[in-house]
Design a protein around this ligand. Structure first.
Ligand SMILES: [Zn+2]
Length: 135
């Protein structure tokens, strides 16, 4: 259980620790290159949960920022600096947290729903199955 989240924090496959699983900062490979786990778990809209994790991460960053800033500058906080810092932080932190939101959500999902045989199925070309037989 803990190892799933440790691997996720290292931006590796939460199932096996394989890498690389990111093509870019925001784009995952479809399957883990080591264990073959379908990182989208075969569900459309699967990453909606990652957006929720991203929201929780950003709200945590915001809470730590507000409490830390006010605690360190009280009783006369510089409100203009606080406003500018808050805006900057709220623009940058969702992008900065994005890959961890995906891996942490996947680790949580693997904990709730352990991977089964369909999660390791080899990807196939969907168009091939849509061909009609020749008459
Ligand atoms: Zn893997």
């Amino acid at each position: 259980m803990v190892s799933h989240f440790t691997r996720a924090l290292r931006l590796r496959c939460p199932n096996c620790g394989g890498r690389p699983i990111f093509l870019t900062w925001s784009r995952l490979v479809p399957n883990c290159p080591v264990c073959g786990l379908d990182l989208g778990r075969g569900e459309p809209g699967y990453w909606l949960g990652a957006y929720f994790v991203n929201l929780m991460l950003v709200e945590t960053v915001f809470s730590v920022w507000v409490v830390g800033f006010l605690y360190s500058t009280w009783p006369s906080p510089p409100w203009d600096a606080f406003q500018a810092g808050t805006i900057g932080l709220m623009v940058v932190s969702p992008v900065a947290c994005f890959p961890w939101s995906k891996t942490l959500f996947l680790a949580f999902d693997l904990l709730i729903r352990p991977p089964g045989e369909p999660d390791f199925a080899v990807p196939h070309e969907q168009g091939y199955n849509l061909r009609r037989p020749r008459a």
